[in-house]
Write a protein that binds this ligand. Structure first.
Ligand code: UD1
Length: 423
């Protein structure tokens, strides 16, 4: 298992290219299952989650070719051989549930393993199932699998009214609705940029969708969908993560490909903390020039609110801020596993349920720490950028799920960081 060693090394300077969004790519890839024509995705990130989705689609008989060092994915589902997503692949990644809607819509039936538990909370899939039921699907949960069947003649348009906002359930509903007969209204839909990106791609394939990016999406079902070529939207979470690097270590870094609209509420929080963000023709330039960061309160919310996927990284920044910050996690239970690790580095954090109180200290000190999940792992690397001495982040395989070339990107702006293989 590999470790990453970071040594606090002063201000950063330079540019970091931001990749295509993991979470967009993970929903764009299963969209291939809706059509017999080829789907080509460009600007794909090179990540283990993308390889897991590739394996899952291939297990169904889809063709998935990674070209141009993995930045282009050529997909085709013209010769599908199975509509069953096996537990062995699904258990590795919850986003596997996103094959359910497309399989059911195109083939009239599907069996998908239930994803099971996950480190950051219970994360059920009831909303995904409810959405498909609203389109006439009959569902049966047996032996750990969802057995789904569409009515004779296929899924029917319906009203999907979500009691709470779910990104994945909105994506499943949207994909399924494109081939359902009649009109589907998705109410209380998620508004994340990844949903808009999915809708754009489906529209290129011939889907009739309006209202994407708002909380009501209307889909007029069509008979068939065609092929498309689509560029994956910029990863706003990778963007926010690297924007925090100069905020924590000092200096000035331009994140290439970033735009304010992807990270509006995050930028407002950075501004309140005393970090400057400037939009350039090529990206977002972030700097911390004057003194210490100020404490700010953060509440995670569905988009356009502050993203839960940036909460751990933001906490790393606030560990050395002037004053006390209160972070409220409203999306997932048990998403403060990075807090005890940051405390090993000298941070002062009090966690009570979904609230963490962070009292800034002058400086963190390097320590051996353990990555517990994807975002937690990168928050420890960020914390290490400004800590005194060496921080060794163990179990970095979590990191490979969501961040490509972390060492290359951070050392490119002057950070002292290396990856070592532990025998
Ligand atoms: C997606 C992102 C993840 C991000 C999350 C919230 C992908 C691949 N992952 O996950 O990185 O942290 O959005 O922005 O895009 N819920 C239910 N029942 C359901 C589905 C969800 O109760 O059927 C609950 C969840 O437990 C959670 C909340 O709804 O409390 C929001 O989760 P959701 O938006 O569905 O997250 P994901 O789509 O799994």
């Amino acid at each position: 298992m590999d470790s990453i060693i970071v040594t606090g090394n002063g201000p950063l300077s330079g540019q970091i290219p931001i990749a295509g969004a993991k979470n967009a790519c993970l929903t764009l890839m299963p969209a291939t299952l809706l059509s017999d024509e080829p789907l080509t995705l460009t600007n794909a990130p090179r990540l283990s989650d993308i390889r897991t989705m590739t394996t899952l689609l291939q297990s169904l008989g889809a063709e998935v070719q990674a070209l141009n060092e993995g930045q282009v994915l050529a997909l085709s589902s013209h010769a599908l051989t199975s509509t069953r997503a096996e537990y062995d692949i699904v258990r590795k990644m919850r986003a596997s549930i996103l094959v359910l809607g497309p399989l059911l819509a195109k083939h009239g039936h599907a069996e998908v393993s239930l994803p099971g538990g996950c480190a950051i909370g219970a994360r059920p899939v009831d909303l995904h199932l409810r959405a498909l039921e609203a389109m006439g699907a009959e569902l049966d949960l047996r032996e750990g699998y969802v057995h789904a069947k569409a009515p004779a003649g296929g899924l029917k348009g319906g009203i999907v009214d979500f009691p709470l906002v779910s990104v994945g359930a909105t994506e499943n509903a949207l994909m399924a609705a494109t081939l359902a007969k009649g009109t589907t209204l998705i109410k209380n839909a998620a508004r994340e940029p990844e949903i808009v990106d999915l809708a754009r791609c489906l529209q290129k394939m011939g889907a009739q969708i309006s209202g994407e990016g708002t909380s009501t999406i209307e889909v007029q079902g069509v008979e068939t969908l065609g092929g498309a070529t689509h560029r994956v939207v910029t990863d706003r979470i990778e963007l926010g993560t690297y924007m925090l690097a100069p905020a924590i270590a000092g200096g000035e870094v331009e994140c290439l490909g970033g735009t304010i609209e992807l990270v509006q509420s995050f930028c407002e929080t950075l501004d309140a903390a005393g970090i400057s963000v400037e939009e350039t023709p090529t990206g977002l330039k972030v700097s911390r020039k004057n003194g210490r960061v100020r404490a700010v309160d953060v509440t995670t919310e569905p988009f356009p609110g502050f993203p839960t996927d940036l909460q751990a990284q933001m906490m790393a920044l606030l560990c050395t801020a002037e004053g006390t910050s209160v972070l409220e996690e409203k999306i997932f239970e048990n998403r403060f596993m990075h807090a005890p690790e940051l405390m090993r580095m000298g941070a002062q954090i009090d966690v009570h349920g979904g609230t963490a109180k962070v009292t800034g200290v002058d400086k963190l000190k390097g320590a051996p720490v353990m990555a517990t999940d994807l975002r937690a792992s990168v928050s420890l690397i960020l914390a290490g950028l400004a800590a005194e001495g060496e921080t060794v982040v163990n179990r970095v395989y979590h990191l490979d799920r969501g961040y490509e070339h972390v060492v290359r990107k951070l050392s490119g702006v002057g950070a002292k960081i290396e990856r070592v293989r532990n025998e």
